[in-house]
Ligand binder design. Structure first.
Ligand code: SF4
Ligand code: SF4
Length: 183
């Protein structure tokens, strides 16, 4: 043992250094959080649990075109439709296997009607697979739970492009008006 090491050992230098570090850390802000007691605020545009949007009258916006399913890289969206009255399409089933989703957001971007959304809700762990298979009813109720009021109205305006109104015919564009039968 050298003289320097001997002095360090006598005066407990290393222990004092450790105590000083502990004391210092007691007065600096913690970098860890006690989840779930302390939660980080979710940033705008967070991609959480899916929801099917409703319009002002409470009707489902989805028309069953299937674009979201076609774009989904995980192929976890299943849509079943049938023919309704007046050549309308009825969405009988709209299902998402959430466990296969990679939260890319392509479905939201692909939808021309702003019908599928990703909410800010992320706390939905469970012990079985069944709750993660989202049916149309569950997805619609997610809209009521996580997009009530202004939140739902602002969702697309703030975070997603193109907006459904971007698909409207531009002002002044020549339009086919029909042929007049002039005799
Ligand atoms: S977020 Fe991506 S992976 Fe998930 S359902 Fe939508 S398109 Fe599919
Ligand atoms: S959510 Fe949108 S893209 Fe998907 S089927 Fe419905 S209307 Fe079409």
């Amino acid at each position: 043992m050298t003289g320097r090491e001997f002095i360090k050992a006598i005066f407990f230098v290393e222990i004092l250094k450790g105590l000083a570090l502990t004391l210092k850390s007691m007065f600096t802000p913690a970098v860890t959080r006690r989840y779930p007691k302390v939660k980080r605020p979710v940033k705008p545009g967070f991609r959480g649990l899916h929801a099917l949007a409703k319009d002002e009258d409470g009707r489902m916006k989805c028309v069953g075109c299937g674009l979201c399913g076609a774009y989904c890289p995980s192929k976890c969206i299943y849509i079943y439709t049938s023919d309704g009255e007046d050549h309308t399409k009825v969405v009988d089933r709209y299902e998402i296997d959430v466990l296969r989703c990679i939260y890319c957001g392509f479905c939201v971007e692909a939808c021309p009607f702003g019908a599928i959304t990703l909410s800010e809700h992320y706390e939905y762990s469970d012990y079985s697979r069944e709750p993660f298979y989202m049916t149309k009813e569950k997805l619609l109720s997610n809209w009521d739970k996580y997009f009530a009021g202004e939140k739902g109205e602002n969702y697309f305006k703030k975070f997603w492009r193109p907006l459904s109104e971007d698909f409207r015919t531009p002002e002044g564009q020549a339009m086919f008006k029909g042929i007049k039968n002039e005799k």
